[in-house]
Ligand binder design. Structure first.
Ligand code: ADP
Ligand code: MG
Length: 686
C-alpha cells in the first residue's frame, strides 16, 4: 500500500478565499480576528514530569526513536520520542505522507498535548508538534489559537494576521478624553496584547475576558453596534408616517362598549401608543405583557385610532387558530360599531381570497386580520396606517419588514409588536436599540393564581382520575401531548394515541383532539366546540401554545414536561388561569430528570411571573439561544457577552448618544463604524 495517497484533483482554494469565508477581507478584519484561547508553549517539561501529570496538557521535547505505520485497528502513524527521562508515543490517526518523512528517526520535536496512559504506555493523541533544532529558543508569549475555518491552519492565520498588523492604521478611533475618563486601554496595545500575551499575563483574566484589553475590544464592538442602531433609528424617523391624530367617535364608543374596565397598566400603555401614533414619523413599539395580561384589547384600541384618522390597520398573527380567535373577538367588538373587518389567511378559498384582497385594496376594509398571508404579493393596502404584529417573536425580521413595506409610497405605517416573551433589558437594548418598549405589568382583576405541580409519569392514572373529577365539576381541561422534536409524524401519532387512550379511559366525557395537521376548518370546529363548552377535554399539541383564550379551561396537563423549554411551558400554562376559577397545571415528567429539566420544572412550580421565568431561562440557557441565535443581538457580537457585559452595554449606549449629538464628532463616528463594521452595517439595519 502506498504511504501517501495520490493527490486527488481537488480544487485549489486560495488562502484569500478561505479567509474571506471567515469574513476576513481587510487588514483590519484580520487584526480584529482575536484568539479564542491560548496555548502555553513558553515552557517544556521532561517526559517523566509530563507522565506524572497525566491528563493535563503539557509540552515535551524529545528525539524520534521509532516511526511506524500501524494498521490495527486502523491505519495510523505511531511515533516514539524520548528524552533523558523517559519515552512517549505520539499517535496520529489522520496524517500525510509528508508527516511520516518529517518525523523520521533522529528528528528532534516539541510536542504539546494531553498526556494519557494508554494500553501501550504513555501517549499523546494528535499532539500539536514542531520540528526543532537542539536549543531552539522557546516563545516568550502565549501562543494564540484563532477561530479557523476549513482548510485554514493556525500558522497560516497567524502569518496573515501578523502581516496585517504591520500594515494597518493603528490610530485610535476613540477620543483621548473618552479613553481617559472611562479608563480604557488604548486600541493598539490592547489588540497587540491579545494577539501575543506576555508570559506573565493574568491568564485567568484573558480566559474569562475580563482583562482590560478584552474590555476595550468589547466596548468598541458594543459602541459600533449602538452607533449603527441609532443611526438606523434616525433614518427611520426621517421617513414620514401618517400622523394618526384622531382618537374620535369610534374609539370612544368602543371603549364605552367594552364589558370591562381597562387595568391601570393597559391604560398607561395605551396612552403611550396613542401619543406615538400622532407623530408624523413611524412608531416602532413593542408591547410586552405576560400571557393573559390583555394585550389584544389594547391593540384593538390602537386600531380604532388609525380608523378614526381615516387609515387602515392590519393585525398579523402567527397561526390560523390565533388569527381566527382575534378575528372573532375583535370583529365582535368592532363590527357592531360599523367597522368593516376583513379576514385573510392562506387557507381561504381562492374566491374568498380575491374578495378579501379587493376589500383591502379599495380601502373598504378598515381593519384586516390574518396570518402571514397578509404579507404576500398581491395584497395591496389602500392606505395602511398601522401594522400590529402579535407574538412578534414568531416572525422573522424579514416578514415584519414586508408588512411594514405595504404602506403608501414615501410613508411607512406605524408598527406595534406584541409579545408575551419578555426580553431581558440588555438584550432588548442591543437587539432592539431602535425600539420603544411598553410593558403591561398587571393582570386583569379577578384572576386566581395557577397552582403548578410536577407529577411523575407513573402516576398518570391518578391524573386521569383528577381530570375526570374536574370535568364533572364543570371545568374544562387541556391535555398537552409530548413534544417530539425529531419527528412530526411521531408527534402526530402520539397525539392520536393519547386521544384514543383518554377517550377510552373517560368514556362519559367528550374528548377532542387538535393538532397542526388538521385542516383549518376542522381545527376551527374543534376549537369552537371547546370554546362553547361542548367538549370537556381537549387533547392538543403545541398548536394551542400561543394566544388561545378559553376562560373556562382551568386544568392543564402537560405530558413529558421535561422536553419543553421554559418559555414554552410558560406559554402553554398561560392557557389556563384566564377565568375566575382556581387553575391547576400538572407537569407530568419521566424520571430520572436531568439537571436542566429539573431546574426548569422547579422554576415553573415556583413562579408564574413571565419576567422572572425569562430571567431564569436566560440563566439556564444563555442569551444566544434565548431569541434564537439568528435573531439575537448576540449573534452580531463577537466579543461582548450580553449576560456578563450588561454594564458595558449601558456605557456604550450613553457614549453613542453623546457622539451622535456632537457634530464635531462625526468623523469619530465614521471612523469607528468603518473599523468595526466595515461593510456589515446593513446587517444591523433591520
Ligand atoms: P394576552 O395579553 O395574553 O394576549 P388577551 O388579550 O388574550 O391576553 O386577554 C386575556 C383575557 O383577558 C381575554 O379574555 C380578555 O378579553 C380579558 N381582558 C383583557 N383586558 C381585561 C380587563 N381589563 N379586565 C378584564 N378582562 C380583561
Ligand atoms: Mg395574545
Amino acid at each position: 500500500m502506498p504511504v501517501s495517497k495520490p493527490k486527488t484533483a481537488k480544487k485549489t482554494v486560495s488562502p484569500q478565499a478561505r479567509l474571506a469565508k471567515l469574513g476576513l477581507h481587510t487588514d483590519m478584519d484580520l487584526v480584529l480576528h482575536l484568539p479564542m484561547r491560548y496555548e502555553d508553549e513558553t515552557q517544556i517539561v521532561t517526559i517523566r514530569e509530563a507522565c506524572l501529570h497525566g491528563g493535563e496538557s503539557s509540552q515535551v521535547e524529545g528525539v524520534v526513536v521509532k516511526n511506524e505505520i500501524a494498521y490495527k485497528p486502523r491505519r495510523q502513524l505511531l511515533v516514539h520520542i524520548a528524552d533523558e527521562t523517559g519515552d512517549l508515543q505520539l499517535r496520529f490517526m489522520n496524517f500525510y505522507g509528508s508527516q511520516v518523512k518529517q518525523l523520521a528517526e533522529g528528528t528532534r520535536v516539541r510536542a504539546r498535548g494531553e498526556l494519557k496512559h494508554g494500553f501501550f504506555g504513555a501517549e499523546m493523541v494528535h499532539p500539536t508538534y514542531k520540528v526543532v533544532n537542539e536549543g531552539a529558543p522557546l516563545p516568550t508569549s502565549l501562543t494564540p489559537v484563532y477561530p479557523a475555518g476549513e482548510g485554514l491552519s493556525q500558522p497560516v492565520l497567524r502569518r496573515a494576521i501578523g502581516d496585517a498588523m504591520k500594515r494597518v492604521d493603528w490610530t485610535d478611533t476613540l477620543p483621548a478624553e473618552l479613553i481617559d475618563s472611562m479608563r480604557l486601554t488604548n486600541f493598539e496595545p490592547a489588540v497587540k496584547l491579545l494577539h501575543s500575551p506576555p508570559q506573565q499575563v493574568d491568564e485567568h483574566a484573558l480566559a474569562d475576558r475580563s482583562h482590560p484589553a478584552w474590555v476595550r475590544m468589547k466596548f468598541d464592538e458594543l459602541l459600533a453596534q449602538q452607533l449603527s442602531l441609532k443611526r438606523a433609528q434616525r433614518a427611520r424617523r426621517a421617513k414620514g408616517a401618517a400622523a394618526l391624530k384622531v382618537v374620535g367617535d369610534l374609539s370612544a364608543r368602543f371603549e364605552a362598549a367594552l364589558p370591562f374596565k381597562l387595568t391601570g397598566a393597559q391604560q398607561r400603555v395605551l396612552n403611550e401608543i396613542r401619543a406615538d401614533l400622532r407623530h408624523p414619523y413611524p412608531m416602532q413599539r413593542l408591547l410586552q405583557g405576560d400571557v393573559g395580561s390583555g394585550k389584544t384589547v389594547v391593540s384593538a384600541l390602537a386600531a380604532t385610532q388609525a380608523i378614526d384618522s381615516g387609515f387602515q390597520a392590519a393585525l398579523m398573527a402567527p397561526t390560523e387558530i390565533l388569527a381566527d380567535q382575534h378575528f372573532r373577538k375583535i370583529a365582535a367588538w368592532l363590527e357592531p360599531l360599523g367597522v368593516k373587518v376583513a379576514w385573510l389567511t392562506g387557507s381561504l378559498k381562492k374566491k374568498d381570497k380575491l374578495a378579501a384582497t379587493a376589500l383591502i385594496e379599495s380601502g373598504e376594509a378598515q381593519l384586516v386580520i390574518g396570518t402571514h398571508a397578509l404579507i404576500q404579493d398581491g395584497v395591496n393596502f389602500a392606505n395602511l396606517g398601522l401594522v400590529i404584529v402579535d407574538e412578534q417573536h414568531r416572525f422573522g425580521v424579514g416578514q415584519r419588514l414586508t408588512l411594514r413595506n405595504k404602506g403608501n409610497e414615501g410613508a411607512i405605517p406605524h408598527q406595534l409588536m406584541m409579545s408575551a416573551t419578555p426580553i431581558p433589558r440588555t438584550l432588548a437594548m442591543t437587539y432592539y436599540a431602535d425600539l420603544e418598549v411598553s410593558v403591561i405589568d398587571e393582570l386583569p382583576p379577578g384572576r386566581s393564581p395557577i397552582v403548578t405541580r410536577a407529577v411523575d409519569q407513573n402516576r398518570r392514572d391518578e391524573v386521569i382520575a383528577r381530570v375526570h373529577a374536574a370535568a364533572l365539576e364543570g371545568r374544562q381541561i387541556y391535555w398537552v401531548c409530548p413534544l417530539i422534536e425529531e419527528s412530526e409524524a411521531l408527534q402526530l401519532q402520539t397525539a392520536t394515541d393519547t386521544h384514543a387512550l383518554l377517550a377510552e379511559a373517560l368514556p362519559d366525557l367528550n374528548v377532542g383532539l387538535v393538532h397542526g395537521r388538521l385542516k383549518p376548518a376542522e381545527k376551527q370546529e374543534v376549537m369552537d366546540a371547546f370554546s362553547a363548552g361542548q367538549m370537556h377535554v381537549l387533547v392538543a399539541t403545541t398548536v394551542i401554545e400561543v394566544g388561545v383564550d378559553v376562560p373556562n379551561a382551568s386544568l392543564m396537563v402537560i405530558e413529558h414536561a421535561e422536553r419543553f423549554g421554559l418559555s414554552q411551558l410558560h406559554q402553554l400554562r398561560g392557557r389556563v388561569g384566564r377565568g375566575s376559577a382556581a387553575s391547576v397545571c400538572l407537569l407530568l415528567y419521566q424520571s430520572p430528570l436531568g439537571g436542566v429539566a429539573r431546574q426548569r420544572l422547579m422554576t415553573m412550580r415556583e413562579t408564574t411571573d413571565g419576567f422572572e421565568i425569562a430571567r431564569r431561562d436566560l440563566e439556564i440557557r444563555g442569551p444566544g439561544e434565548f431569541l434564537g441565535a439568528r435573531q439575537s443581538g448576540q449573534a452580531m457580537l463577537r466579543f461582548a457577552d450580553l449576560e456578563t457585559d450588561g454594564w458595558l452595554v449601558d456605557q456604550a449606549r450613553d457614549v453613542a448618544h453623546e457622539l451622535l449629538h456632537t457634530p464635531e464628532k462625526a468623523a469619530t463616528v465614521e471612523a469607528h463604524l468603518a473599523r468595526w463594521l466595515g461593510g456589515r452595517e446593513e446587517f444591523l439595519k433591520v
